[in-house]
Ligand binder design. Structure first.
Ligand SMILES: Nc1nc2c(ncn2[C@@H]2O[C@H](COP(=O)(O)OP(=O)(O)O)[C@@H](O)[C@H]2O)c(=O)[nH]1
Ligand SMILES: [Mg+2]
Length: 187
C-alpha cells in the first residue's frame, strides 16, 4: 500500500488533491484496536433493555420492537466495544436465559422500578437466580433501576432494599437508576 501511495504522489508533480484523497483512503493506518467485551443484558419484558441499548447506540427510540428471542448489539465506547446480548424477558423465554450465559464477561440487569409489586417480586427472583448462577456469579453486575421518569419509580435505595442485596454478595455489584427514554441518566 505504501508503494502505491508513493506512486500517487511522485512523478515530478507536487502532491495535489488526488494524492491527499488517496492518502486519506489508503495510506492511513488502521484505527487502534479497541478491546471487546461480551455482556449479557437481562430483565423482564418491558423493563427497557432494548431502549437502553438503542440509546447507547444512538439509535432512534421510534424503531424499538419487542425482543422475542435474543438480539446482539455492539455498543461502541471510546476505549472499548461492548457486545451486548439482550435476552427476551417473557415468561416462556426466561427459563432459557442460562443457555446464553456462557462466555459472558459482565451482566446488565434492567428493572422497571415503577412496576407492580408482583412484577418486582418476579424480577427479584430472576435477579437472584442470575446472581447465583455459576457462569455469572463472579462477573461484574450492573443493576439498572429504569423508568425513573415515572412518578411511581422506586429510588435506588428502595430497589436495593426490595432486592435485599448488600454489596457483600458481590464486590462487583453496582446499582444505578436511569430512564431509558429520557435524554440524561438520572444517576
Ligand atoms: N416512561 C418510560 N418508558 C420506558 C423507559 N424505558 C423504556 N420505556 C418504554 O417501555 C417499553 C418497553 O421498552 P423495551 O426497551 O422494549 O423493553 P424490553 O422488553 O426490556 O426490551 C417501550 O415502549 C419503551 O419506550 C423509561 O425509562 N421510561
Ligand atoms: Mg427488548
Amino acid at each position: 500500500m505504501a508503494v502505491s501511495c508513493q506512486a500517487a504522489c511522485c512523478g515530478g508533480q507536487s502532491p495535489g488533491l488526488i494524492y491527499w484523497c488517496f492518502r486519506a483512503l489508503c495510506c492511513k493506518g488502521p484505527p487502534p484496536a479497541r478491546p471487546e467485551y461480551d455482556l449479557v443484558c437481562i430483565g423482564l419484558t418491558g423493563s427497557g433493555k432494548t431502549s437502553l441499548l438503542s440509546k447507547l447506540c444512538s439509535e432512534s427510540p421510534d424503531n424499538i420492537v419487542s425482543t422475542t428471542g435474543f438480539s446482539i448489539k455492539a455498543v461502541p465506547f471510546q476505549n472499548a466495544i461492548l457486545n451486548v446480548k439482550e435476552l427476551g424477558g417473557a415468561d416462556n423465554i426466561r427459563k432459557y436465559w442460562s443457555r446464553y450465559y456462557q462466555g459472558s464477561q459482565g451482566v446488565i440487569f434492567v428493572l422497571d422500578s415503577a412496576s407492580s409489586e408482583d412484577d418486582l417480586e418476579t424480577a427479584r427472583n430472576e435477579l437472584h437466580s442470575a446472581l447465583q448462577h455459576p457462569q455469572l456469579c463472579t462477573l461484574p453486575f450492573l443493576i439498572l433501576a429504569n423508568h425513573q421518569d415515572k412518578p411511581a419509580a422506586r429510588s435506588v435505595q428502595e430497589v436495593r432494599l426490595i432486592n435485599m442485596i448488600t454489596l457483600c454478595i458481590s464486590c462487583f455489584l453496582h446499582f444505578c437508576c436511569h430512564s431509558g427514554i429520557l435524554k440524561d441518566a438520572c444517576n
